[in-house]
Design a protein around this ligand. Structure first.
Ligand code: C5P
Length: 335
């Protein structure tokens, strides 16, 4: 039996990096948001034992061995469910590798869902979250889906009231940004800024927790304001008000401070998204993907077409609510 699952991407609506912790990870505050772009994962459990992975795009950055997140999660799920048989995982790759869209993490969570279905056994919600967090910081968000608050090292996730589906343009430059390298660059920047001669004190490791507390207040105020901003007194759309809130509250992604100086073309693409009419544009995760949020699907489609004419890989899509994610994930089973 083969089970197919859509493996959706995410964007980050703001990402704040705090102090580096004793375990080498960094404290984070972020709002993750699922979008409709996706890979497809097919899982088959057959006779024999072991795990195998095939990937439709032959990108050498997608490992086919035990270092792949899909492999690691399959091992953990087989053991948790006392499953037996040979697990074959096919990754139909459409999302960019090392793109900041969480594709590898999403692929792993989709593998977990598909494997449960193929084995006809279920994990509890808490087991899913625990297994996902063991494999990587960016996995648990995909267990929840929709609009999700991420804290801790990003693995501690809380479902938020869903934002309405927002028209989005995603631009995927041909650059892979290594997340560990981007965190190391952040630490170097924090060290530089910690010297007395500079004034950007908010980047120092020692006051990282104060800073994250402040960010928590801003995010919480923004999210609390969400239900009130929904009904517009002046006739603006719900989505339009949300986008204004994002800009007004100054929600931003700290990775831009280290990734843009290294890859100036990414800063230019953010500018292109803004000039094409996006109400809010940002790097997603550590990049290199950039996205822009638009007031309507028509505006997003027009902007994507304008960016493509400028030679950029741009696609119009939308954000997904939690309910849309679970409906569209649709487990397709073939015997
Ligand atoms: O958890 P994950 O495997 O995705 O993390 C990859 C790497 O990114 C970690 O080994 C660490 O170097 C860095 N990281 C971090 N702080 C986080 C998440 C990841 O420093 N909150």
């Amino acid at each position: 039996m083969t089970v197919a699952v859509r493996s959706f991407a995410k964007i980050n609506l703001g990402l704040y990096i705090g102090a580096s912790r004793a375990d080498g990870f960094h404290s984070l505050r972020t709002v993750y948001q699922t979008i409709a772009l996706h890979d497809i994962i097919r899982v088959t459990v057959g006779r024999g034992s072991g795990i195998e992975i095939v990937c439709t795009n032959k990108d050498p950055r997608v490992p086919l061995d035990s270092s792949n997140t899909c492999w690691r999660i399959a091992e953990l799920v087989m053991s948790a469910l006392c499953g037996s048989g040979r697990v074959s995982i096919e990754i139909e790759k459409k999302l960019p590798v090392q793109g900041g869209l969480g594709a590898a993490s999403s692929n792993a969570v989709a593998t977990m869902f598909a494997l449960e279905r193929a084995l006809k056994k279920s994990l509890t919600g808490a087991e899913r979250l625990r297994i996902a967090a063991k494999v990587g910081s960016d996995l648990p968000l995909f267990v929840v889906g929709g609009t999700v608050l991420g804290v801790g090292r990003g693995e501690e996730v809380y479902p938020l009231p869903d934002l309405p589906s927002l028209a989005t343009v995603v631009v995927t430059p041909n650059i892979g940004v290594s997340t560990p390298a981007a965190f190391a660059d952040w630490d170097a920047l924090a060290r530089t800024n910690a010297r007395p001669s500079t004034s950007t004190k908010q980047l120092t490791a020692s006051d990282g927790s104060d800073r994250l507390f402040e960010v928590g207040c801003v995010l919480s105020a923004w999210l609390n304001g969400y239900p009130n901003t929904g009904a517009s007194a002046k006739g603006g759309s719900r989505a339009g008000n949300l986008l204004s809130d994002l800009v007004r509250t100054g929600i931003e992604n700290d990775f831009e401070k280290v990734v843009f100086p290294k890859y100036p073309e990414l800063r230019d693409i953010k500018g292109e998204l803004e000039r094409a009419g996006s109400r809010y544009a940002s790097l997603s995760g550590s990049g290199s993907t950039l996205y822009g949020l638009f007031r309507s699907p028509a505006e997003a489609a027009k902007a994507a077409s304008r960016l493509r004419k400028r030679g950029l890989k741009a696609v119009a899509t939308r954000t997904l609510t939690r309910r849309q994610v679970s409906r569209l994930q649709s487990f397709k089973v073939s015997m």
